[in-house]
Unconditional design. Structure first.
Lengths: 606, 311
């Protein structure tokens, strides 16, 4: 009656062994490392680079503990952060010599110490949340209105050139909110324009209103543009973060127009903030040569133009129509101009971009072209230059002040422009020392609480209490193993949830033990008492977990960030605690009592 | 070892008048403080910037306040946090100043005063986020409450279900009342604790009502209050031990978990203590007041015949 079949014992043993295996990596901790990855078109980091790095470190007498090459790049571990910081500077100096284009990203990082055979079977340490590992967290909101406006400006420019091509005359084109309004002075041009535009702009609604033709975006186009803006921004952010060399960053969409960026373990928070926060995008516009240069910044621009300042603070009128935007850029690298010896950014673009720039430059020889850098609420012309020749797929931006600026700009351009500017809704930075302290505190409080419960259970329920404690320990093991396996993010509230799960999971064993005592009091034989105790307590155990589970699910559904971490652990903890408190403790009881022919007494503290 | 060997049932239901009065007074007080003082919402909800800084020596709060005033931040709140070396600075939302720029300005100003100063944590929350959290928090509370009522209605009939929910919402209001009265910081993790408690203490009532059902079957001829008294007395051992164990863990968090877990553990402590009290001494009198009879259990009894008994 109190014996499990062999397969059940084996199953339980296997589950515990797996739990232990996947829990193991968490004990090795992390060590400070320098991560080297290649940039843009540079070939991936290989053994040559590793040799070069190791040589350099040997010369500088910095001891590395381990170096490993993988898909991301080279990771060199060090014993402490001091060595790590020194090593970063040395490696950076060797791989990216002063005055040459940057080929490698050299970033500070923390990497797990667990042996490689564990990583190979997918046993990785739990993923530590920001409050435990230190790092940065941003919640960004994409300004979708700006994306729509940008699209409409682009459409406006197309409409202008299409009507020009077809020689349809109109009085003017203006943008009124989310509509483009074309003014005509005769109905004939209006209807021919409508015909022409309708055949090209399938994604817009065209409507004649009086003497005007009104173009507005169809709702589905509008939605697509907004969605696209978020997606492109996520892509751009991902590229930027990769350039930072952050380990396993989290970049995800939240709701319709929000993006979460989390970079756990990033130690260089200032730089991360700077790169993520830069909302720069690049646009090429033609300078309006039909009107004289503005004299002052307050001068009203002619219709179809706007005023920007160049690096020297000289105002220029540029045409609103965008010739090219940053999304055609395939690569960008910082370099030096061989003649002037000034920093430059060399840009390559895709076929579409090349075609457009070739045509525009051919049509506008000897006119000026402005390269605008758009940052949130600020637009600056980083270069205004006369087109000397037909331009190709590659060109150079000059007019940069320092090689650092050139490097940063190249990074931003390479990483991709943002489709729309973003606002910071939330920003959290946790220093690494605070993270370590939080881990220690969470760990301590869990163990002290666990020990207190263990002492009580052993004293109160004797052998049955001891077995309950073993089951409780198995519960923690399985929970941590499961969290590691799922690579769930462990936050401080998550640690609190582990502690709370332990505190609540004991309920199941208390129920069982109390029930067994009661069965004994009612005069049942010890063997029957065990059997009835486990069987009858199960319904109540299930009940008590369902309600906690409902709360956990609600927290998961409505919670954000750390609360979600709490919820995940709470719900998983319910599953593991059901397994360990019912099956594991029963298996142990069965091993102890199930084999005896006659049981005189149960060691249950009564 | 055994703590609870009751020979006779404890007449809990005859105290119903007193316990209900006590509950009602605590509840009304909690509502009063929530109304008059309100909750001291953390930056998660209100928006703004929080900076945690650490100094090598004793932190000079007056000096810090002065430097912040010189920056024009008159409404900054500067407080010790955990130890005399740690300081928490709260800055309300400011229009037109980016959070990064603001925290950087503060950091520089404070470092001029004390070069050993380290910024350990910066949190900036924009105004939209806070409003949403309040909305999501209420939605979660509603979801949990509904989920529990639906679950309990499946297990029992509506009277015990409603009584349980009322008892546990009474706990939630009392936790909130404590936070309002002492003006403890109400953060996201406290909200998580409150919801976890809601799910956790419902178990208690489930166990009692399970036993009540069992008793209605066994104790023919006994009055409703006798049945309830017996059910509570016989489940008391389990209630106290389980909650005691959970409380051991929570106490450990309260004392060793540091500042970050302090209010979380505090909310759990209040919740556990009132949870025991309310599920035993509030839920049952309410169920009786709602007119709970044998019929409430016997009908659902047939449906749930397959469920095993409870201790």
């Amino acid at each position: 009656m109190n014996r499990f079949p062999l397969w059940k014992n084996l199953l339980i043993f296997c589950v515990i062994a797996l739990g232990a295996l996947y829990t193991l990596p968490n004990f090795f901790g992390q060590s400070p490392a320098v991560q080297i990855s290649s940039l843009g078109t540079t070939p991936p980091v290989g053994p040559e680079v590793q040799n070069q790095v190791e040589q350099a470190l040997k010369v500088a007498q910095l001891a590395e503990t381990r170096a490993s090459l993988d898909g991301v790049g080279l990771r060199v571990r060090f014993a402490d952060t001091d060595t790590q910081l020194k090593a970063r500077d040395i490696i950076d100096h060797v791989l990216n010599p002063e005055g040459q284009p940057q080929h490698y990203v050299v970033a500070l990082n923390l990497v797990p110490n667990s042996p490689s055979w564990l990583s190979e079977i997918g046993a990785l340490p739990m993923y530590l949340g920001l409050d435990l590992s230190g790092g940065v967290h941003f919640l960004l909101q994409v300004d979708q209105q700006a994306a729509l406006t940008k699209r409409l400006e682009g459409d406006g420019a197309e409409v202008r050139s299409e009507l020009q091509d077809k020689q349809i005359y109109y009085d003017g084109l203006s943008r009124d909110g989310e509509r483009l309004v074309l003014h005509f002075h005769d109905g004939a041009s209006l209807s021919s324009a409508q015909q022409v535009l309708e055949s090209i702009h399938h994604d817009m609604n065209l409507k004649a209103e009086g003497g005007d033709l009104v173009l507005s975006l169809k709702p589905e186009t509008r939605a697509a543009i907004q969605d696209q803006a978020v997606k492109q921004n996520i892509l751009a952010l991902r590229n930027r973060v990769n350039e930072l060399g952050a380990k396993e960053p989290i970049i995800q969409q939240q709701g319709a127009d929000r993006i979460i960026v989390q970079l756990p373990g990033v130690q260089d928070t200032a730089k991360a903030k700077d790169i993520i926060g830069r909302t720069a995008s690049l646009e090429i516009h033609l300078v309006d040569e039909d009107h004289p240069n503005p004299i002052s910044v307050t001068q009203m621009p002619p219709p179809g133009d706007f005023l920007v300042l160049d690096r020297q603070g000289i105002p220029v009128f540029v045409r609103k129509a965008v010739v090219l935007s940053g999304d055609v850029i395939t690569d960008a690298g910082a370099g030096f101009d061989s003649q002037s010896n000034r920093p430059t950014v060399n840009i390559s673009m895709d076929a579409k971009g090349a075609r457009i720039i070739r045509q525009v430059s051919r049509d506008n020889l000897k006119k000026r072209m402005a390269i605008l850098l758009l940052e949130k609420s600020k637009t600056e012309a980083i270069s205004v230059a006369t087109i000397q020749d037909e331009l190709g797929a590659r060109f150079q931006i000059t007019g940069l002040q320092s090689s650092k600026e050139a490097n940063d700009l190249a990074l931003l351009l390479r990483a991709g422009a943002l489709a729309a500017p973003m606002d910071f809704l939330e920003e959290r930075t946790v220093g690494p020392s605070l993270g370590a302290e939080n881990i220690a505190r969470g760990f301590h409080s869990t163990w002290i609480g666990f020990a207190a419960i263990a002492v009580f259970m052993v004293v109160y329920y004797a052998l049955f209490g001891t077995i309950s404690v073993v089951a409780l320990a198995v519960n923690v093991l399985l929970l941590v193993g499961l969290l590691s396996l799922l690579q769930a993010t462990l936050t401080l509230p998550g640690m609190a949830a582990i502690a709370l799960t332990v505190g609540m999971a004991i309920d199941a064993n208390v129920l069982i033990n109390e029930r067994i005592r009661e069965e004994l009091r009612n005069g049942n034989s010890p063997g029957a008492a065990i059997h009835a105790g486990y069987d009858r307590a199960f319904g109540t155990i299930l009940d008590s977990n369902v309600t906690t589970g409902i709360a956990g699910l609600a927290l998961f559904a409505f919670g954000s960030g750390p609360v979600k971490g709490f919820a995940v652990v709470l719900v998983l903890g319910i599953l593991t605690s059901m397994f360990s408190s019912v099956l594991v403790s029963r298996a142990l009881i069965n091993l102890i009592y199930g084999r005896r022919r006659k049981i005189d007494h149960l060691s249950i503290g009564m | 070892m055994e703590f609870f060997r009751m020979k006779r049932d404890i007449p809990f239901m005859s105290w119903g008048k007193y316990t209900t009065t006590v509950s009602l007074i605590t509840f009304l007080l909690a509502v009063f403080f929530l109304y008059s003082k309100g909750l001291n919402f953390s930056v998660d909800f209100t928006g703004g910037t929080v900076m945690e800084v650490h100094t090598a020596g004793q932190a000079d709060l007056t000096g810090m306040r002065l430097s912040l005033k010189q920056l024009g931040l008159h409404d900054a709140n500067v407080q010790n946090f955990g130890s005399s070396h740690d300081v928490l600075i709260r800055l309300p939302l400011r229009h037109g100043v980016s959070s990064g720029a603001l925290s950087e300005k503060v950091r520089q100003a404070l470092r001029q005063q004390d070069a050993s100063l380290q910024v350990r944590r910066v949190e900036f929350v924009g105004p939209q986020v806070g409003d949403e959290l309040v909305k999501d928090g209420s939605a979660a509370l509603l979801f949990v409450s509904l989920g529990i009522v639906i679950y309990l209605s499946l297990r029992f009939k509506w009277r015990p279900a409603v009584a349980t929910l009322m008892a546990n919402l009474h706990d939630v209001v009392i936790i909130l009342g404590f936070f309002a009265f002492f003006q403890w910081e109400f953060s996201l993790s406290v909200l998580a604790a409150v919801l976890a408690i809601l799910g956790y203490s419902v178990n208690e009532s489930v166990v009692v009502f399970d036993r009540v059902r069992e008793n209605f079957r066994k104790m023919r001829g006994a009055s409703v209050s006798q049945v309830i008294d017996n059910a509570i007395t016989r489940t008391m051992s389990r209630t106290i031990i389980t909650h005691g164990c959970t409380q051991l863990m929570v106490t450990s968090m309260l004392f060793f978990g540091g500042e970050a877990l302090h209010y979380f553990a505090l909310a759990l402590t209040i919740g556990i203590l009132f949870g025991i009290y309310s599920s035993v001494l509030v839920a049952s009198p309410i169920a009786m007041a709602l007119g709970m009879t044998r019929a409430d259990f016997l009908v659902s009894d047939r449906k749930t015949n397959t469920l095993p008994d409870t201790p």
